[in-house]
Design a protein around this ligand. Structure first.
Ligand SMILES: [Zn+2]
Length: 492
């Protein structure tokens, strides 16, 4: 009888083992901050064959991938890639937004503390993100036996991709000059991170984000995590999320053209080559599934465009806020606009209530006033986007980008190539945040496990990435996912 039971258990175990869905050993998500889709080709001839070109030569490129919401900012982009969702559902309404009349940063969490430093740069967690990520779903599918780790210089670019159930997220504390984490994940840094920080650090307060070293440091940390956490070498599929922040910091300062932008992409290509080689060695070619994308693109510098007769310019948002407050003061006796962010104006509810005013009256008056400004193509009450006359695709992007209580009450859409920036003939930088192609058209290339070689120009979206990866892994798509599954060519 006992023998029979053992035999039965043995058979059952064998059947269960056989019934396990086939999955890669490791999933690698790589986000290059501010990487416009056309950088794949603008620098194509200068890339080596082992980095970005290897992704294109071996992998599958979804060439027509757009962000289907606005505003197009870093925290939102990272959350949307990994949740397959939009701000309207995942709640990350900007890098900064107002909540209960207070300006908040997306990842700040007063309930946690820094691990690895004493500064406030580690007081971060994903608590404001309301949807699950690819990593969260992978964890749930394996009863939390998978390992999920996030690495980036920017906290938001490490924390939001790694998700709620991550084993760890590491980001750079500039005041300390090394990688840290928070008590959301752990009590102290693992020994290998402490060792890494001893040999890889900068002078405190050195701005590594605006240096090419920032790219190298990020990949070095990702490779250290891969090796020390033995990612892709356990019984279940693991996940490593990596985000490159220096491309964005350098873009903001020096724009989409010129030596600085060129050099950071050459560095990215070189370091990516090494990273892919490391993955081949540690996990094995074909054993990992990698996707590369961006959180948003960037506009070309407006002075550069103007010099070439292309309509472009700066929107001085501070001036608009001052003008709007002055107008409302004259009409209602109060200045209720707290500020502008994310191409939205935020109203102070308590100031409006204290004056005994109806908020709708203030909103309507603001919209009418702003509509007189020819800088704006559209001005709208965010609660009434659906009934505002504007092209359907713009409307969709605005609805997807609006989260009541975290987004501003009034939205504006500036002319193409007119973005919120310093208004000066000396301005050399760039920005992003608008609903236009230069901000919304991003790369999405997959390579490795079950990925065929090819390209597609079918319309795809940032929100398709997570459902596609989850479908390939045979795990449930994230809780707020709105995208569709787009299998890369020979994917099975
Ligand atoms: Zn960004």
């Amino acid at each position: 009888m006992k023998k029979m039971t053992l035999l039965a258990v043995g058979l059952l175990t064998a059947v269960m083992a056989w019934a396990q869905p086939e999955r890669p050993k490791l999933v690698v998500g790589l986000v290059v901050d501010q990487m416009r889709w056309d950088y794949l080709y603008y620098y194509y001839n200068e890339y080596g064959t082992g980095g970005l070109r290897r992704l294109l030569d071996e992998g599958f490129s979804f060439e027509n991938t757009h962000i289907d919401y606005a505003p197009t900012y870093t925290a939102i982009g990272h959350a949307s890639v990994y949740t397959g969702s939009v701000p309207a559902l995942h709640g990350i309404a900007g890098n900064y937004f107002y909540q209960d009349d207070r300006d908040v940063y997306c990842c700040t969490d007063p309930k946690v503390r820094s691990v690895g430093s004493d500064s406030r740069e580690g007081q971060m967690s994903p608590h404001r993100m309301l949807a699950t990520t690819i990593g969260d779903e992978l964890q749930t599918a394996t009863d939390f036996r998978s390992k999920v780790i996030g690495v980036a210089l920017k906290d938001r670019a490490s924390i939001l991709p790694a998700g709620h159930a991550a084993d760890a997220a590491y980001w750079w504390d500039t005041s300390a000059g090394h990688f840290v984490s928070s008590t959301y994940y752990m009590k102290e840094l693992p020994q290998w991170v402490q060792n890494f920080n001893r040999t890889n650090h900068t002078e405190p307060k050195f701005n590594i984000k605006t240096s090419n070293l920032g790219v190298t440091m990020t990949f070095r940390m990702a490779e250290a995590a891969l090796e020390n956490e033995r990612l892709g070498q356990g019984g279940e599929t693991d996940m490593l999320t990596v985000s490159i922040s220096s491309t964005d910091a350098i873009g903001h300062e020096f724009s989409t053209r010129g030596k600085e932008n060129h050099d950071v992409y050459m560095q990215l290509d070189k370091d990516l080559t090494h990273f892919l080689q490391t993955l081949d060695e540690k996990v094995g070619k074909g054993n990992y599934l990698l996707f590369m994308t961006a959180d948003h693109g960037a506009a070309h510098n407006y002075n550069y465009m103007k010099a070439n007769h292309i309509p472009a310019g700066a929107w001085n948002y501070k001036k608009t806020v001052a003008g709007l407050n002055a107008h409302l003061k004259g009409r209602f006796g109060i200045s209720p606009v707290m500020g502008e962010d994310n191409y939205q104006f935020y109203l102070n509810d308590s100031v409006i209530a204290a004056a005994g005013l109806k908020k709708q009256d203030v909103v309507d008056t603001s919209v009418e006033f702003l509509k007189q400004d020819p800088q704006f193509l559209y001005v709208f009450d965010e609660e009434k986007i659906a009934t505002t006359t504007m092209p359907e695709w713009l409307k969709t992007r605005m609805v997807n980008g609006y989260f009541r209580g975290r987004s501003g009450e009034i939205g504006v859409i500036t002319r193409p190539q007119f973005f919120g920036a310093k208004d000066s003939p000396d301005y050399r930088g760039t920005s992003h945040g608008q609903p236009y192609p230069y901000d919304t058209h991003i790369p999405w290339v997959m390579m490795g496990w079950h990925v065929g070689h090819g390209t597609s120009n079918a319309e795809t979206r940032i929100t398709d990435i997570a459902p596609t990866v989850c479908a390939m892994l045979k795990v449930q798509m994230p809780s707020g996912a709105v995208g569709k599954v787009c299998l890369p060519a020979a994917a099975r």
